[in-house]
Design a protein around this ligand. Structure first.
Ligand code: MD3
Ligand code: FE
Length: 203
């Protein structure tokens, strides 16, 4: 089943269910090489979501700014390679949403604990402002906030559960979006956490 969110944005309900356990096993392997950590904003605030990356580039933030780096500043090693399963899942989801030939260069892995959310923002650190972003939700359900082209428009609330895949590209790529603070809940495969994989093509 699918729910359109916009002209070029769609929720693919449960499209990652069949491979969810394998995805979580890969996340554990990646985190063993590049641990989850809380980053700092350029303004000096700690980001509540814990993050790590895999692929050619990883999203990073500290006092010097938001950016993509090919070497993990915490371990001084390249980010773990993007698992083949991640690449094929992202490519298939993009294809199903009308973006054939998608090859992401970066996968940001977000971990949300109870009470943690993500404020309304735009993803502006990528040169390619039209290439789709693919997101995969795992574990505890969350409410995704789907806004407009300005911060002031009131966002739609979209529930996302274990195995849901969302694709945003083209005219919907620069929309404001966020995640409501996670309500305490339990999932048999992730405990009290939610994981989100965010695939991006940078240029
Ligand atoms: C919608 N992550 O890491 S999914 C992020 O669930 C981020 O962890 C959220 O927003 C999460 O930046 C939301 C990913 C997402 C990414 C980019 C988008 C949704 C988007 C760009 C436009 C519209
Ligand atoms: Fe975002």
């Amino acid at each position: 089943a699918r729910t359109p969110l916009g002209v070029q944005a769609v929720v693919l309900h449960g499209d990652a269910l069949a491979c969810a356990e394998a995805l979580l096993a890969q996340i554990a392997q990646i985190a063993a090489q590049a641990p989850f950590r809380q980053l700092t904003t350029p303004g000096g605030r700690r980001i509540g979501v814990e993050m790590t990356n895999c692929g050619d580039y990883g999203w990073y933030s500290d006092r010097r700014g938001y950016r993509y780096v090919s070497v993990d500043p915490v371990t001084d090693r390249p980010w773990p390679a993007m698992p083949a399963l991640f690449l094929t899942l992202a490519e298939q989801a993009a294809q199903a949403a009308g973006f054939p030939g998608y090859r992401p260069q970066a996968c940001l892995i977000n971990r949300y604990r109870p009470g943690v959310g993500m404020a309304l923002h735009q993803d502006r650190d990528e040169e390619d402002r039209l290439a789709p972003i693919v997101s995969v939700s795992l574990g505890v359900p969350a409410v995704f906030l789907w806004g407009g082209d300005t911060r002031s428009s009131r966002p739609l609330q979209v529930p996302l559960v274990h195995g849901d895949v969302v694709v945003w590209g083209g005219v919907d790529r620069m929309r404001f979006h966020g995640v409501r603070p996670l309500a305490p809940a339990w999932h048999p495969e992730t405990g009290d956490c939610r994981y989100n994989l965010t695939f991006r093509k940078l240029r």
